[in-house]
Design a binder for this molecule. Structure first.
Ligand SMILES: [Zn+2]
Ligand SMILES: [Zn+2]
Length: 393
Protein backbone atom coordinates (compact mmCIF):
# COMPACT_ATOMS: atom_id res chain seq x y z
CA UNK A 1 0.00 0.00 0.00
CA UNK A 2 1.27 3.49 -0.78
CA UNK A 3 2.10 5.88 2.04
CA UNK A 4 -0.74 8.14 0.91
CA UNK A 5 -3.33 5.30 0.92
CA UNK A 6 -2.14 4.23 4.37
CA UNK A 7 -2.61 7.75 5.76
CA UNK A 8 -5.84 8.36 3.84
CA UNK A 9 -7.32 5.42 5.75
CA UNK A 10 -6.91 7.63 8.83
CA UNK A 11 -8.29 10.83 7.31
CA UNK A 12 -11.26 10.94 9.68
CA UNK A 13 -9.09 10.70 12.79
CA UNK A 14 -6.78 13.44 11.53
CA UNK A 15 -9.66 15.72 10.50
CA UNK A 16 -11.15 15.29 13.95
CA UNK A 17 -7.88 16.33 15.57
CA UNK A 18 -7.65 19.31 13.22
CA UNK A 19 -11.18 20.44 14.05
CA UNK A 20 -10.61 19.98 17.78
CA UNK A 21 -7.55 22.26 17.57
CA UNK A 22 -9.49 24.72 15.39
CA UNK A 23 -12.28 24.91 17.97
CA UNK A 24 -9.79 25.68 20.75
CA UNK A 25 -7.35 28.23 19.34
CA UNK A 26 -4.53 29.50 21.56
CA UNK A 27 -2.18 32.36 20.76
CA UNK A 28 1.59 32.81 21.10
CA UNK A 29 3.32 31.01 23.98
CA UNK A 30 -0.07 30.06 25.49
CA UNK A 31 -0.72 26.95 23.38
CA UNK A 32 -1.19 24.80 26.47
CA UNK A 33 -4.22 22.76 25.51
CA UNK A 34 -2.82 22.28 22.01
CA UNK A 35 0.50 21.19 23.46
CA UNK A 36 -1.30 18.71 25.76
CA UNK A 37 -3.25 17.36 22.78
CA UNK A 38 0.00 16.78 20.87
CA UNK A 39 1.63 15.15 23.90
CA UNK A 40 -1.39 12.86 24.45
CA UNK A 41 -1.36 11.71 20.84
CA UNK A 42 2.38 11.03 20.89
CA UNK A 43 2.06 9.13 24.19
CA UNK A 44 -0.82 7.04 22.88
CA UNK A 45 1.32 5.98 19.94
CA UNK A 46 4.45 5.26 21.94
CA UNK A 47 6.49 8.14 20.49
CA UNK A 48 9.10 9.70 22.77
CA UNK A 49 9.11 13.47 23.13
CA UNK A 50 10.38 16.37 25.19
CA UNK A 51 8.30 19.41 26.22
CA UNK A 52 8.86 22.99 27.27
CA UNK A 53 10.64 24.51 24.26
CA UNK A 54 9.82 28.23 24.13
CA UNK A 55 7.19 27.46 26.81
CA UNK A 56 4.75 25.19 24.96
CA UNK A 57 6.89 23.63 22.21
CA UNK A 58 7.28 19.87 21.85
CA UNK A 59 9.95 17.86 20.04
CA UNK A 60 9.22 14.20 19.30
CA UNK A 61 11.92 11.82 18.10
CA UNK A 62 11.61 8.64 16.02
CA UNK A 63 14.66 6.57 15.15
CA UNK A 64 15.05 3.68 12.72
CA UNK A 65 17.97 1.70 11.32
CA UNK A 66 21.59 2.55 11.99
CA UNK A 67 21.87 5.81 10.03
CA UNK A 68 23.53 8.78 11.72
CA UNK A 69 21.66 11.42 9.72
CA UNK A 70 19.12 13.53 11.63
CA UNK A 71 16.39 15.68 10.15
CA UNK A 72 13.68 17.96 11.55
CA UNK A 73 10.09 18.46 10.38
CA UNK A 74 8.35 21.48 11.79
CA UNK A 75 4.72 22.47 12.40
CA UNK A 76 3.45 25.61 14.17
CA UNK A 77 0.88 25.51 16.99
CA UNK A 78 -0.46 29.03 17.43
CA UNK A 79 -3.62 30.89 16.42
CA UNK A 80 -4.32 34.61 15.83
CA UNK A 81 -6.18 37.38 17.64
CA UNK A 82 -9.08 37.37 15.18
CA UNK A 83 -12.79 36.98 15.86
CA UNK A 84 -13.95 34.04 13.75
CA UNK A 85 -16.98 34.66 11.52
CA UNK A 86 -17.55 31.07 10.43
CA UNK A 87 -20.57 29.31 11.86
CA UNK A 88 -19.70 25.64 11.29
CA UNK A 89 -19.61 23.21 14.21
CA UNK A 90 -15.85 23.45 14.77
CA UNK A 91 -15.75 27.26 14.91
CA UNK A 92 -13.63 28.87 17.61
CA UNK A 93 -14.86 28.47 21.18
CA UNK A 94 -12.34 31.09 22.33
CA UNK A 95 -13.69 34.57 21.78
CA UNK A 96 -11.36 36.80 19.78
CA UNK A 97 -8.98 33.97 18.88
CA UNK A 98 -8.97 31.93 15.71
CA UNK A 99 -6.90 29.46 13.70
CA UNK A 100 -6.95 31.71 10.65
CA UNK A 101 -3.58 30.61 9.28
CA UNK A 102 -4.09 26.83 9.22
CA UNK A 103 -1.63 25.98 11.97
CA UNK A 104 -4.35 23.59 13.22
CA UNK A 105 -3.92 21.73 9.93
CA UNK A 106 -0.11 21.87 10.08
CA UNK A 107 -0.20 20.28 13.55
CA UNK A 108 -2.63 17.55 12.43
CA UNK A 109 -0.49 16.75 9.37
CA UNK A 110 2.66 16.38 11.46
CA UNK A 111 0.85 14.17 14.00
CA UNK A 112 -0.40 11.99 11.12
CA UNK A 113 3.17 11.68 9.86
CA UNK A 114 4.47 10.90 13.37
CA UNK A 115 2.10 7.97 13.82
CA UNK A 116 2.82 6.60 10.35
CA UNK A 117 6.59 6.88 10.79
CA UNK A 118 6.38 5.16 14.18
CA UNK A 119 4.27 2.29 12.80
CA UNK A 120 6.30 1.96 9.58
CA UNK A 121 9.87 2.76 10.57
CA UNK A 122 11.18 2.14 7.10
CA UNK A 123 13.98 4.69 7.11
CA UNK A 124 17.55 4.90 8.25
CA UNK A 125 18.27 7.66 10.75
CA UNK A 126 16.56 10.04 13.15
CA UNK A 127 13.49 12.26 12.66
CA UNK A 128 12.66 15.10 15.03
CA UNK A 129 9.07 16.30 14.82
CA UNK A 130 9.02 19.90 15.97
CA UNK A 131 5.78 21.43 17.26
CA UNK A 132 6.70 25.10 17.59
CA UNK A 133 4.77 27.82 19.41
CA UNK A 134 4.28 31.47 18.49
CA UNK A 135 4.93 31.67 14.77
CA UNK A 136 2.60 34.67 14.38
CA UNK A 137 4.74 37.73 15.06
CA UNK A 138 6.46 36.74 18.28
CA UNK A 139 9.10 34.44 16.83
CA UNK A 140 8.77 31.15 18.70
CA UNK A 141 11.45 29.74 16.38
CA UNK A 142 13.88 32.51 17.42
CA UNK A 143 13.22 31.77 21.08
CA UNK A 144 13.84 28.05 20.51
CA UNK A 145 17.13 28.78 18.72
CA UNK A 146 18.21 31.19 21.51
CA UNK A 147 17.33 28.57 24.12
CA UNK A 148 19.78 26.17 22.50
CA UNK A 149 17.28 23.85 20.85
CA UNK A 150 19.63 23.22 17.89
CA UNK A 151 22.49 22.27 20.22
CA UNK A 152 20.23 19.85 22.06
CA UNK A 153 18.90 18.44 18.78
CA UNK A 154 21.58 18.85 16.12
CA UNK A 155 20.12 18.28 12.65
CA UNK A 156 21.51 17.83 9.17
CA UNK A 157 18.41 19.27 7.49
CA UNK A 158 15.14 20.89 8.48
CA UNK A 159 11.84 21.33 6.66
CA UNK A 160 8.69 23.41 7.11
CA UNK A 161 5.33 23.45 5.30
CA UNK A 162 2.50 25.99 5.04
CA UNK A 163 -0.89 25.83 3.38
CA UNK A 164 -1.73 28.32 0.64
CA UNK A 165 -5.39 29.21 -0.05
CA UNK A 166 -6.13 29.93 -3.69
CA UNK A 167 -3.74 27.25 -4.92
CA UNK A 168 -5.10 23.92 -6.06
CA UNK A 169 -5.74 21.59 -3.13
CA UNK A 170 -2.84 19.28 -2.44
CA UNK A 171 -0.52 20.77 -5.04
CA UNK A 172 2.97 21.56 -3.76
CA UNK A 173 5.10 24.60 -4.53
CA UNK A 174 8.63 25.54 -3.61
CA UNK A 175 11.69 27.33 -4.91
CA UNK A 176 15.35 27.30 -4.09
CA UNK A 177 16.73 30.63 -2.82
CA UNK A 178 14.53 33.38 -1.35
CA UNK A 179 11.04 31.97 -0.63
CA UNK A 180 9.57 34.53 1.77
CA UNK A 181 10.46 38.10 2.73
CA UNK A 182 12.22 39.61 5.70
CA UNK A 183 9.78 41.75 7.63
CA UNK A 184 11.25 44.72 9.50
CA UNK A 185 9.82 47.80 11.23
CA UNK A 186 11.45 51.21 11.45
CA UNK A 187 10.77 54.39 13.38
CA UNK A 188 12.26 57.77 12.45
CA UNK A 189 11.85 60.81 14.66
CA UNK A 190 12.70 64.25 13.25
CA UNK A 191 13.54 66.75 15.95
CA UNK A 192 13.23 70.51 15.39
CA UNK A 193 12.66 73.48 17.65
CA UNK A 194 9.05 74.03 16.64
CA UNK A 195 7.48 77.37 17.42
CA UNK A 196 4.73 79.79 16.43
CA UNK A 197 3.09 79.01 13.09
CA UNK A 198 3.25 82.68 12.20
CA UNK A 199 7.00 82.97 12.89
CA UNK A 200 8.71 79.93 11.36
CA UNK A 201 12.02 81.79 11.06
CA UNK A 202 12.40 81.72 14.86
CA UNK A 203 12.48 77.93 15.01
CA UNK A 204 13.24 74.87 12.89
CA UNK A 205 10.45 72.89 11.27
CA UNK A 206 10.53 69.11 11.61
CA UNK A 207 7.42 68.75 9.40
CA UNK A 208 9.44 69.98 6.40
CA UNK A 209 12.16 67.45 7.25
CA UNK A 210 9.53 64.70 7.47
CA UNK A 211 8.08 65.64 4.08
CA UNK A 212 11.54 65.58 2.47
CA UNK A 213 12.33 62.30 4.16
CA UNK A 214 9.16 60.55 2.95
CA UNK A 215 9.73 61.68 -0.65
CA UNK A 216 13.38 60.66 -0.49
CA UNK A 217 12.32 57.20 0.75
CA UNK A 218 10.76 56.61 -2.68
CA UNK A 219 14.25 56.65 -4.21
CA UNK A 220 15.58 53.72 -2.17
CA UNK A 221 13.96 51.00 -4.25
CA UNK A 222 13.94 52.98 -7.52
CA UNK A 223 17.53 54.38 -7.35
CA UNK A 224 19.64 52.57 -4.78
CA UNK A 225 18.56 48.96 -5.37
CA UNK A 226 19.80 46.73 -8.21
CA UNK A 227 16.82 46.63 -10.63
CA UNK A 228 16.95 42.82 -10.61
CA UNK A 229 16.31 42.80 -6.86
CA UNK A 230 13.15 43.86 -5.11
CA UNK A 231 12.06 45.40 -1.81
CA UNK A 232 9.23 47.40 -0.30
CA UNK A 233 9.34 50.38 2.04
CA UNK A 234 6.00 51.77 3.23
CA UNK A 235 5.08 54.45 5.74
CA UNK A 236 2.39 53.16 8.06
CA UNK A 237 2.14 55.74 10.81
CA UNK A 238 2.84 59.44 11.35
CA UNK A 239 2.37 61.60 14.41
CA UNK A 240 3.06 65.28 15.06
CA UNK A 241 1.53 68.27 16.77
CA UNK A 242 -1.97 68.57 18.09
CA UNK A 243 -5.23 68.68 16.13
CA UNK A 244 -6.38 71.62 18.27
CA UNK A 245 -3.23 73.64 17.61
CA UNK A 246 -2.87 74.19 13.84
CA UNK A 247 -0.97 77.40 14.54
CA UNK A 248 1.86 75.59 16.33
CA UNK A 249 4.85 74.15 14.46
CA UNK A 250 5.48 70.79 16.15
CA UNK A 251 8.97 70.19 17.51
CA UNK A 252 8.98 66.46 16.71
CA UNK A 253 7.55 64.37 13.89
CA UNK A 254 7.37 60.61 14.20
CA UNK A 255 7.26 58.46 11.05
CA UNK A 256 6.95 54.66 11.23
CA UNK A 257 6.86 52.05 8.56
CA UNK A 258 7.69 48.58 7.31
CA UNK A 259 10.55 47.31 5.13
CA UNK A 260 10.41 44.01 3.24
CA UNK A 261 13.26 42.33 1.41
CA UNK A 262 14.32 38.89 0.20
CA UNK A 263 18.09 38.95 0.58
CA UNK A 264 20.36 39.80 3.52
CA UNK A 265 22.37 42.35 1.48
CA UNK A 266 19.18 44.13 0.37
CA UNK A 267 18.01 44.19 3.96
CA UNK A 268 21.32 45.83 4.99
CA UNK A 269 20.87 48.42 2.25
CA UNK A 270 17.33 49.33 3.37
CA UNK A 271 18.43 49.74 6.96
CA UNK A 272 21.38 51.94 6.01
CA UNK A 273 19.51 54.11 3.47
CA UNK A 274 16.53 54.83 5.72
CA UNK A 275 18.87 56.19 8.40
CA UNK A 276 20.98 58.18 5.90
CA UNK A 277 17.93 59.78 4.28
CA UNK A 278 16.40 60.67 7.65
CA UNK A 279 19.60 62.36 8.74
CA UNK A 280 20.06 64.20 5.42
CA UNK A 281 16.45 65.42 5.33
CA UNK A 282 16.77 66.59 8.92
CA UNK A 283 19.99 68.47 8.16
CA UNK A 284 18.39 70.27 5.19
CA UNK A 285 15.71 71.64 7.51
CA UNK A 286 18.11 72.46 10.34
CA UNK A 287 16.78 69.57 12.41
CA UNK A 288 18.17 66.29 13.71
CA UNK A 289 16.93 62.74 13.31
CA UNK A 290 16.95 59.53 15.29
CA UNK A 291 16.32 56.24 13.56
CA UNK A 292 15.42 52.89 15.04
CA UNK A 293 15.39 49.93 12.63
CA UNK A 294 13.96 46.78 14.16
CA UNK A 295 14.89 43.56 12.41
CA UNK A 296 12.00 41.17 12.79
CA UNK A 297 11.78 37.90 10.79
CA UNK A 298 14.72 37.27 8.44
CA UNK A 299 13.98 36.19 4.84
CA UNK A 300 13.19 32.49 4.31
CA UNK A 301 15.95 31.27 2.00
CA UNK A 302 15.64 27.67 0.82
CA UNK A 303 18.72 25.59 0.20
CA UNK A 304 18.97 24.07 -3.25
CA UNK A 305 19.67 20.42 -2.36
CA UNK A 306 16.87 20.25 0.23
CA UNK A 307 14.42 22.01 -2.12
CA UNK A 308 15.06 19.32 -4.73
CA UNK A 309 14.61 16.54 -2.19
CA UNK A 310 11.32 18.12 -1.07
CA UNK A 311 10.12 18.37 -4.69
CA UNK A 312 10.91 14.70 -5.30
CA UNK A 313 9.11 13.65 -2.11
CA UNK A 314 6.06 15.75 -3.06
CA UNK A 315 6.02 14.20 -6.56
CA UNK A 316 5.97 10.76 -4.94
CA UNK A 317 2.69 11.72 -3.24
CA UNK A 318 0.81 13.79 -5.83
CA UNK A 319 2.69 13.25 -9.11
CA UNK A 320 5.19 15.61 -10.66
CA UNK A 321 2.49 17.57 -12.55
CA UNK A 322 1.16 18.76 -9.17
CA UNK A 323 4.57 19.93 -7.94
CA UNK A 324 5.56 23.46 -8.90
CA UNK A 325 9.27 23.97 -8.49
CA UNK A 326 10.54 27.51 -9.02
CA UNK A 327 7.43 29.51 -8.05
CA UNK A 328 7.72 33.23 -7.31
CA UNK A 329 8.65 34.17 -3.75
CA UNK A 330 5.92 35.30 -1.34
CA UNK A 331 6.04 38.75 0.29
CA UNK A 332 4.78 37.41 3.61
CA UNK A 333 7.26 36.29 6.24
CA UNK A 334 7.85 33.30 8.51
CA UNK A 335 9.94 32.64 11.58
CA UNK A 336 11.05 29.30 10.09
CA UNK A 337 13.84 31.50 8.70
CA UNK A 338 15.55 31.40 12.11
CA UNK A 339 15.97 27.63 11.70
CA UNK A 340 17.04 27.94 8.05
CA UNK A 341 19.72 30.44 9.08
CA UNK A 342 21.35 27.66 11.12
CA UNK A 343 20.47 24.41 9.32
CA UNK A 344 20.10 23.66 5.60
CA UNK A 345 16.53 23.01 4.62
CA UNK A 346 13.46 24.03 2.69
CA UNK A 347 10.08 25.59 3.31
CA UNK A 348 7.32 24.34 1.02
CA UNK A 349 3.74 25.37 0.33
CA UNK A 350 0.74 23.08 -0.08
CA UNK A 351 -2.37 24.34 -1.90
CA UNK A 352 -5.43 24.70 0.33
CA UNK A 353 -7.92 24.87 -2.56
CA UNK A 354 -10.13 27.75 -3.76
CA UNK A 355 -10.50 30.79 -1.54
CA UNK A 356 -14.10 31.14 -0.42
CA UNK A 357 -15.58 34.56 0.23
CA UNK A 358 -12.92 36.34 2.32
CA UNK A 359 -11.28 33.03 3.13
CA UNK A 360 -7.62 33.91 2.71
CA UNK A 361 -5.22 33.32 5.62
CA UNK A 362 -5.58 35.85 8.46
CA UNK A 363 -9.22 36.49 7.43
CA UNK A 364 -12.20 35.76 9.73
CA UNK A 365 -13.82 33.36 7.22
CA UNK A 366 -10.75 31.23 6.54
CA UNK A 367 -10.66 27.51 7.29
CA UNK A 368 -7.99 24.89 6.71
CA UNK A 369 -9.03 22.28 4.13
CA UNK A 370 -9.23 18.81 5.75
CA UNK A 371 -8.95 17.22 2.28
CA UNK A 372 -5.24 18.01 2.16
CA UNK A 373 -4.25 16.59 5.55
CA UNK A 374 -3.43 13.12 4.20
CA UNK A 375 -1.36 14.52 1.32
CA UNK A 376 0.56 16.80 3.68
CA UNK A 377 1.22 13.98 6.14
CA UNK A 378 2.21 11.61 3.31
CA UNK A 379 4.62 14.27 2.03
CA UNK A 380 6.35 14.34 5.42
CA UNK A 381 6.68 10.54 5.42
CA UNK A 382 7.98 10.41 1.83
CA UNK A 383 10.39 13.23 2.64
CA UNK A 384 11.86 11.18 5.49
CA UNK A 385 12.36 8.26 3.09
CA UNK A 386 14.02 10.51 0.50
CA UNK A 387 16.22 12.20 3.10
CA UNK A 388 17.29 9.22 5.18
CA UNK A 389 16.90 6.33 2.74
CA UNK A 390 14.30 3.58 2.73
CA UNK A 391 13.96 -0.14 2.04
CA UNK A 392 10.55 0.29 0.47
CA UNK A 393 10.14 -0.92 -3.08
ZN1 LIG B 1 -0.15 33.55 9.73
ZN1 LIG C 1 0.92 30.65 9.21
Amino acid sequence: MSVLKRIEARSDELAQIRRDIHAHPETAFEEERTSDLVADYLTRHGIEFERGFATTGIVATIRAGEGARRIGLRADLDALHIHEKNDFAHRSRHDGKMHACGHDGHTAMLLGAARDLKENPDFDGTVHLIFQPAEEGLGGARVMVEEGFLERYPMDAIYGMHNMPGWEAGHFAMRSGPMMAASDSWTVTLHGKGGHGAMPHKGTDATVAAAQFILALQTVVSRALDPIQTAVISVGHMAAGDFGAPNVIPSDVLVRGTARSFRPEVRDLLEARIAELAESAARLAGCTATCDYERRYPPVINHEAQTRIAARAAAEVVGSEAVHLGVDPISGSEDFSYFLNEVPGAYVLIGNGPVGEGGFVHAPLYDFNDEIIARGAAFWVELVGHELGTNRD
